[in-house]
Each structure stands twice: as C-alpha cells, then as structure tokens.
Write a protein that binds this ligand. Structure first.
Ligand code: LIP
Length: 268
C-alpha cells in the first residue's frame, strides 16, 4: 500500500511540472481549442496539453490507479485509488491572463464516478503566484510549510464569502436570486473564478466561506481536503455530501448560517 506521503510527493511534483507547462503556454499566448456547454465555457489547447502531461506521468508511475480528468474523462483502475485532475481550473482567467488559475490534483479512495469517494491527498497549485497548497488526510493543510486554519471567528462586519456562477444565463439568473439571500450575511463577496483557489482561500482564512452550484469533482476534490484539514466543513444541504448540486465550505460556526440562507430559510 503506497503511503500518503509518497502519493503527496508525486502529486506535488506533478503539479509543479504541469504548472511550468501551463505558465509557459500562457506566456507565448493561449489558443482556444473548443467551447463546451456554452460559448463562455471554453477549453484551451493548454488545458488539453497539461492534462495529457499529468495523465501520461500517472500512467507511467502508477499504471493501476484510476483517473478522472476534466478534459479526457474517466478510466477505472484496480488499486482502489483514483486521481481526480483539473489541469487548469479557472480556464477563463487563464485565457484572459488573470493570474488566478490552478492545477488541481487529488488522490481519492473509491469510485470517482460515484459521490462516495474519500480524498487521501490533495494539491492546488497556482503557477502564476507560485503558491502550492497541499494536504493529506489527518495530517493538516499547508501553504508551502505554513499550516493553514479556517477562520473560526467571524467579526460583526459579516463574512467574506466567495462564490461562482455558471456558464448558462438561466443558471446565473437562479444564482442571482440565491446571492440576494446570502448578501445579508456578508461583509462582501469575492468571485475568484477558480473553485480550487476559492477552497484554498477558505482553508487559508483568506475568505470566511465559499459556496457554488454546478462545479465538478475535478474542481473541488483537492480543495475540499484543504478545507477539512484546516478545520472547516465541506458539504451540501441537509447533511448531503458536496456535489454539483451545491458545495458549501466554511468553519463550523458559519457553515450552518450559510446553509440556512442557501436553503431559503429566512428565520433569524
Ligand atoms: C471553473 C470553476 C469556477 C466556476 C467556473 C468554472 P473551470 O472551472 O473553477 O468555480 O465558477 O464557472 O466552472 O471550467 O475553469 O475548470
């Protein structure tokens, strides 16, 4: 059985190599490869190239593990471990040259196509800033060597809440209605544009909470472990696990209040 330390070491090396490739491609110019769900939902040639690099390195080093990547989909394995990868999370930021995009790599136990998988290790690396967040289950969350903790105390000014919006106009209209329920809890809202960096920001106490509907396991598998290892909660509504339906991430004290607001519970 491979140790979590060895899995984390390999995932970290992969994130660094992939980050160098993503950064190099960004410098020479980004080309659009295709659009997906809407014209706003883009994939660049770099997304595909970075995932191909990560996938080939995993196939060489750990050929019997499963894989689930945003651009090339799923392949089962025989070890019970699955690598869940977003090669460039925050693709629109990447395409515009906004330095807020990340390589997100998680190793989970269980079937990545179900919602029962459990993260073992996670790495979220922002090549533009050089920040590399990492966590192993039971061993804490870190930015480099600095251990991370979510904000447990929320000031009287309210919470700094990160969120995101879907690519489809009708989905954004619904999200605007929800945002109106959340705003009374917030001192302000942040829209970073990459779920993995939103989650890393919760773990690091840079925002008090994050929620979003419509994200995928590759967006949140690594970042969710950062939050839980930093003392936070990650889940959906009513005790459900986080999913594309809704992901909430916050310290326990704030989680319940935010969950009620998201559920439309207006009782004070
Ligand atoms: C993005 C997420 C972000 C969400 C965007 C998009 P991508 O992932 O990280 O939180 O708001 O709509 O889904 O597509 O850049 O990998």
């Amino acid at each position: 059985m491979t140790s979590d330390a060895d899995l984390l070491s390999f995932a970290t090396q992969l994130a660094r190599e992939a980050g160098e490739l993503a950064r190099a491609r960004r410098v020479v110019g980004v080309s659009l490869a295709a659009t997906k769900s809407t014209l706003a939902d883009i994939v660049t040639e770099a997304d595909r190239e970075v995932e191909a690099l990560i996938r080939s390195r995993i196939a060489t080093e750990r050929p019997d593990d499963g894989f689930l990547g945003e651009e090339t989909g799923a392949e089962g394995g025989t070890t019970g471990l699955t690598w869940i990868v977003d090669p460039i999370d925050g693709t629109v930021n990447y395409a515009y040259g906004i330095p807020a995009y990340a390589i997100s790599i998680a190793v989970v136990e269980g079937d990545a196509n179900s919602n029962e998988w459990m993260p073992r290790v996670g790495v979220v690396s922002n090549p533009a800033s050089g920040e590399l967040f990492h966590a192993s289950v039971g061993a804490g969350a870190f930015l480099g060597e600095q251990q991370l903790f979510v904000n447990q105390e929320i000031g009287d000014a309210g919470s700094l809440i990160a969120t995101g919006f879907g690519y489809a106009a009708e989905r954004r209209a619904e999200q605007f209605e929800v945002l109106q329920r959340v705003l009374p809890l917030a001192r302000d809202i942040r829209r970073i544009g990459a779920a993995s960096l939103d989650l890393a920001s919760v773990a690091a106490g840079r925002v008090d909470a994050y929620y979003e509907r419509g994200i995928w396991p590759w967006d949140y598998a690594a970042g969710s472990l950062l939050v839980t290892e930093a003392g936070g909660l990650v889940g959906g509504l009513g005790g459900l696990p986080a999913s594309g339906e809704l992901l909430i991430a916050a310290a326990p004290t704030l989680y319940a209040k935010l969950e009620r607001a998201l559920a439309g519970d207006t009782t004070p």
